[in-house]
Design a protein. Structure first.
Length: 71
């Protein structure tokens, strides 16, 4: 991280929470996702596939509490 970027980051952290959230949202929206963006139908199909996969083999899933522990 450059000194300039670090300075911007520290200034952003000093903002009130609502402004930090808005800034984070705008920064996220500015990132290029590329051609991998899914349509609503594709996303629904992928969610259905994952749901069915979890139903077929529950042992392959990770609980939310276990996932939180990894962070």
């Amino acid at each position: 991280m450059t000194a300039h970027t670090k300075s911007l980051f520290e200034a952003a952290l000093a903002l009130p929470e609502a402004e930090r959230a808005l800034l984070a949202d705008r920064l996220w929206d500015s990132l290029s996702i590329g051609d991998e963006e899914m349509t609503d139908d594709q996303l629904f199909a992928e969610l259905e596939r994952r749901h069915q996969e979890a139903e077929n083999d529950p042992s392959a899933t990770v609980s939310w509490s276990d996932l939180e522990k990894e962070e």
